[in-house]
Design a protein around this ligand. Structure first.
Ligand SMILES: Nc1ncnc2c1ncn2[C@@H]1O[C@H](COP(=O)(O)OP(=O)(O)OP(=O)(O)O)[C@@H](O)[C@H]1O
Ligand SMILES: [Mg+2]
Length: 337
């Protein structure tokens, strides 16, 4: 049987062991290298956040690690099993929630869970018990008998996650689990994930949000254009990105050059978003903010908004690469080159 729907009755590796390991993973699509020599390890019972902007290569990495796409070169092991030579055992050891919802629209939440449970070979009684438990755990008890097409985005993501947990896999891959969710659904999902990890699940999640990785991950690997550009604890990365950034919006686009020159006096690099008339630079706390306020007072430049923003993925990228995360113009150039 090579279907991914096989019963997971496999124990993960012993405590302290590596649950997920990537060694020099490479994926090429024609001339384009989507993933370039990526390596990392995830100890059992911990959470790794793969952080990167659109097109960084996150989904491609997850697909290689979950046996859905063969690496061009390099290797990966899940729960001790090699994805290339032991794909069946890898599938039995892991759950995957992909970037797009995979549940059936026509079926109810409960029917979706039962259908997949049936494919896993879980007995009827056990399945009824597990369905109730999962619907309850994911706050879908009331919605369980409604068709999925009536569900909100957050409910779909939760159902997706419930389905991927049916077999209680020791290792779970989540590809952008909260993209598109409102802040409340997002924090509810974070709570669910925290409790899974507390019960011993090893988690690899991809995200575009530094805050999400910060909330959930023990270690973060930052991916840009297929390469690992940084890795460390959330604290280490945030320190690298600066404590916060100054974000300033000028009223008149004509003032941007002068505003940029003023902001440069803080000593940091200044990023200008011309369309939004917004300038961003690293800030060293309130001291920088108050100095900037007084410079702008003296200059007479009219400001719509000025404040300190928490470090974001953009700030991490600015400090690591000198370019903004969503600035992937060079990627397109490289691709067409
Ligand atoms: N099957 C494919 N054929 C050609 N190029 C591909 C294929 N799959 C992905 N790519 C390219 O590889 C790069 C990485 O894509 P990937 O989907 O892994 O990024 P991502 O980090 O998951 O982005 P997002 O945050 O938008 O989901 C992109 O430039 C993408 O266009
Ligand atoms: Mg993706």
């Amino acid at each position: 049987m090579s279907s991914p729907f096989t019963p997971a009755r496999i124990d993960g590796p012993a405590t302290g062991e590596v649950a997920i390991e990537a060694v020099d993973l490479v994926k090429r699509f024609g001339d384009f290298t989507a993933v370039d020599t990526v390596s990392f390890t995830v100890p059992r019972g911990s959470v790794l956040g793969l952080l990167g902007p659109n097109g960084a290569g996150k989904t491609t990495i997850v697909r290689m690690m979950t046996t859905l796409s063969p690496p061009t070169s390099g290797s990966a092991r899940i729960a001790g099993y090699d994805v290339a030579t032991e794909p069946e055992m890898v599938r039995r050891s892991m759950g995957l929630t992909g970037q797009a919802a995979t549940v059936d629209e026509i079926l109810t939440g409960r029917e979706n869970i039962r259908m997949i449970g049936g494919l896993y070979g879980i007995g009827r009684r056990e399945l009824a018990r597990r369905s109730d438990q999962l619907l309850e755990q994911f706050s879908l008890a009331d919605a369980g008998n409604k068709q999925v097409k009536s569900y909100s985005g957050g409910m779909r993501r939760r159902l997706d996650l419930a389905v991927s947990l049916l077999a209680a896999p020791p290792v779970l891959f989540l590809d952008e689990p909260t993209t598109g969710l409102d802040p409340r659904s997002r924090s509810e999902l974070w709570d669910v994930l925290r409790s899974l990890v507390a019960e011993g699940t090893t988690l690899l999640l991809t995200t575009q949000y530094l805050e999400e990785a910060d909330q959930l991950a023990d270690k973060i690997v930052v991916i840009d254009k297929g390469r690992v550009i940084a890795h460390g604890t959330p604290l280490q990365l945030k320190e690298q990105a600066g404590a916060a950034s100054l974000v300033l919006t000028v009223s008149d686009a004509g003032d941007i050059p002068e505003a940029e020159a003023l902001l440069r006096k803080t000593g940091g690099e200044v990023f200008v978003d011309h369309g939004a008339r917004r300038l961003t630079s690293p800030a060293n706390g309130l001291g920088d903010l108050t100095r900037v306020v007084s410079w702008f007072d003296e200059s007479g430049i009219a400001i719509d908004d000025l404040g300190l923003a928490r470090p974001s993925l953009d700030d991490v990228f600015l400090s690591l690469t000198g370019h903004k995360a969503e600035d992937d113009a060079s990627t397109d150039e490289e691709k067409s080159a």
